[in-house]
Design a protein around this ligand. Structure first.
Ligand SMILES: Cc1cc2nc3c(=O)[nH]c(=O)nc-3n(C[C@H](O)[C@H](O)[C@H](O)COP(=O)(O)O)c2cc1C
Length: 132
């Protein structure tokens, strides 16, 4: 049987809720991607937009057991039409070669209006600018 890991980043809990439901359904391991930077409140929101647009690097404080997994599912909120810095850092930092990768995102509607050019690429490329 495939060993499945769900990793997710969530600032306000929506992506966490989806990830937890999915983990139960798939009997998957689940891990939260956490970063050092504090992003609470209105200030955190605006800095989040800025960091996402400028592709600022994030420092992860979580570690993830991807080695023995066959499938990795990455959950994230949309930040300025792109994955948040912590998720970009995860994809850059961990070697996902040879694994089946799936990704899902939660958002406030912009992705439905403009299907994002950024998301499918996030799991395929590991350059310093994998999102554009
Ligand atoms: C910094 C920031 C930027 C965002 N940018 C977008 C966006 O471009 N399009 C969109 O539809 N929603 C955007 N949102 C809304 C979130 O994607 C949405 O509320 C998401 O479900 C939050 O997930 P979370 O509770 O797991 O953090 C943004 C939220 C934040 C905090």
């Amino acid at each position: 049987m495939d060993r499945i890991l769900i990793v997710y980043y969530s600032r306000t809990g929506t992506t966490r809720m989806v990830a937890e439901k999915l983990a139960k359904l798939l009997e998957a391991d689940i891990e939260e991607i956490r970063e050092r930077k504090e992003r609470a409140g209105a200030l955190g929101f605006f800095i989040g937009i800025k960091d996402s647009i400028l592709d600022k690097p994030a420092e992860l404080i979580s570690t993830h057991a991807v080695e023995d997994k066959d499938i990795v599912i990455i959950g994230m909120p949309v930040w300025a039409d792109a994955p948040p810095p912590a998720v970009r850092a995860f994809v850059k930092q961990y070697d996902l070669t040879g694994k089946k990768i799936f990704a899902f995102c939660t958002h406030r509607g912009s992705v439905e209006k403009r299907p994002s050019r950024n998301f499918p690429k996030c799991c395929l490329r590991k350059s310093s600018k994998p999102w554009r």
